[in-house]
Design a protein around this ligand. Sequence first.
Ligand code: ADP
Length: 192
Amino acid sequence: MERSKRKGKLLIFSAPSGSGKTTLVHYLMRQFPQLAFSVSATSRAPRPGEKDGKDYFFLTVEEFKKKIKEGAFVEWEEVYDNQFYGSLKSEVERLQKDGKTVVFDVDVKGGLNIKKIFGDEALAVFVKPPSIGILEQRLRNRSTEDETSIRKRIDRATYELKFENQFDVVIINDELEKAEQESVKLVKAFLG
Ligand code: ADP
């Protein structure tokens, strides 16, 4: 994005799938009215209960690739084979125009890309599971993934955990209530 178009603060929550970043972000959205959720685009199928335009903009692989060509994304990533995720420039600009602090719930590499673009205006938070074993348990309990998808996510998590040190802050999501309180403290300090 062009520098002139940037304004306002941005909060980035990234984590290996199943760590609990969406749970934490939903909690923060209820606590802070000045936060606005940047709806990501994805080519993965909606899970039961997920709404287009609210949880994600659900696109086909072809639609996603077309938008890449058009330069519509702040950042995008093929996180799994043929499963694309990205943040749309139009979405970020719309929320910033409203004077909100934009919140991203994005994969680990996407989060680092956004941090690179926005620098000190952004706080990049890595949500870490207590262990890979617990991450696997949570993915199973969530009941949204089949066995192949769980394996893909666990493999990817091992890779993504290597990027922890590149984030501004790490929150270990062991006991949910504690992680929620820690997130609230962080956001309060960041918003000032
Ligand atoms: P992500 O957005 O990182 O993929 P979710 O927020 O969907 O992860 O969380 C994965 C699953 O783990 C969900 O079923 C969620 O309810 C559960 N969960 C999240 N945080 C905790 C926690 N601290 N303890 C136990 N279960 C959790």
